[in-house]
Design a protein around this ligand. Structure first.
Ligand code: 13P
Ligand code: SF4
Length: 336
């Protein structure tokens, strides 16, 4: 649904409402983007899985928690969210009166898609009396059905904030859920969802790679499956993995998460070697196809035309805000 804004040129949209134009190839997009940022008082928030060019023009690069915290703090009038839809939606929920745009509105998430709201509502009804903790990688509808949201960097603190005699439903990522169960000793009712990127890593190929690089440490995101987490030397959110790679004394790392993060790892530790963990398929690629829908060209076009904009129903937006605010409070109290 698009609310008409008289300052916006909708003629660039095709019949389905998607952007149908490209920038002039002779333009210096880096310079043009900087110019628009100043003219429109816009801020670019980007996730670590974005392509390198986007990371290089971003004002803030971070994990899901850092991005949500920055979305609250920013004095900018326009938030340009270079990430996937649930992230831009979260920024809008936290800033209902600001314009939030993203380079490609089709940038979704397999994990968010694995938890349809109607089925999740039924699942909740089948498990009455549970506190619902949902990973931020879910739709606004799921957030509205949840009590507290968490990210990979605060999930342990969020689960620990619930009294031990209260049963918990954890959705939608079963791998993160199992990992949190192990770390906290709390048994939870898990929704059976997962991320297509983190599920694809091959334990066999990582083990062979380890033989060829005996000094390399395996660092993994908790969305990975249990056998990969089992052999990991360090497990953490994208920010956690980046920080570990900077502070740790090893010189080589096998990185079991989306490859975009390696750009920042390499910038922060130019003398170290980062090897993407091999996936269990024939191509050597573990890029997130959703994150990688965003390009520098689409970023420029979205800023120029202020489209596509995140538009949400007021009622949904308000229902989804409280569980996110609870997460931000718990994180602030924990110093995260
Ligand atoms: P974090 O960056 O919060 O660790 O999340 C990873 C992810 O899969 C985002 O889609
Ligand atoms: Fe979703 Fe996985 Fe892509 Fe993150 S990496 S956006 S969880 S599909």
């Amino acid at each position: 649904m698009i609310i008409e804004d008289k300052n916006v040129d909708y003629s660039i949209l095709d019949r389905k409402g998607f952007i149908d134009t490209e920038p002039d190839p002779s333009l210096d997009l880096f310079a043009e983007i900087e110019k628009i940022k100043k003219e429109k008082n816009a801020v670019i928030l980007a996730h670590y899985y974005q392509e390198s060019d986007i990371q290089d023009v971003a004002d803030y690069i971070g994990d899901s928690l850092g991005l949500a915290q920055n979305a609250v703090r920013t004095p900018a009038d326009i938030i340009v969210f270079a990430g996937v839809h649930f992230m831009a939606e979260t920024a809008k929920i936290l800033n209902p009166h600001k314009k939030v745009i993203m380079p490609d509105s089709k940038a979704g998430c397999s994990l968010a898609d694995s938890c349809p709201p109607a089925l999740f509502k039924k699942f909740k009804e089948e498990n009455p009396g549970h506190v619902v903790i949902s990973y931020i990688n879910c739709t606004a509808e799921i957030k509205a059905l949840s009590d507290i949201i968490c990210t990979s960097s605060n999930a342990i603190k969020v689960v620990e904030s619930v009294s031990v005699d209260t049963p918990i439903i954890f959705a939608p990522d079963k791998n993160l859920g199992r990992y949190i169960e192990k770390k906290t000793g709390r048994k939870m009712v898990l929704w059976n969802g997962s991320c297509m990127v983190h599920e694809i890593f091959s334990l066999e190929k990582i083990t062979k790679l380890k033989h060829r690089h005996p000094n390399a440490k395996v660092i993994a995101h908790p969305e990975c499956e249990e056998p990969v987490l089992h052999i990991a030397d360090f497990i953490g959110s994208t920010t956690g993995l980046l920080k570990y790679s900077q502070e740790d004394s090893a010189n080589e790392y096998i990185v079991a998460t989306e490859t975009g993060i390696i750009h920042q790892m390499q910038i922060k530790s130019p003398h170290k070697t980062f090897i993407p963990a091999p996936p269990d398929n024939l191509c050597a690629c573990n890029d997130c196809p959703h994150m990688k829908r965003n390009t520098l060209e689409k970023l420029y076009i979205s800023m120029l035309y202020e489209l596509p904009e995140i538009i949400m129903e007021k009622e949904l937006l308000e229902k989804a805000r409280l569980p996110i605010e609870r997460m931000l409070d718990i994180s602030a109290r924990a110093g995260l």
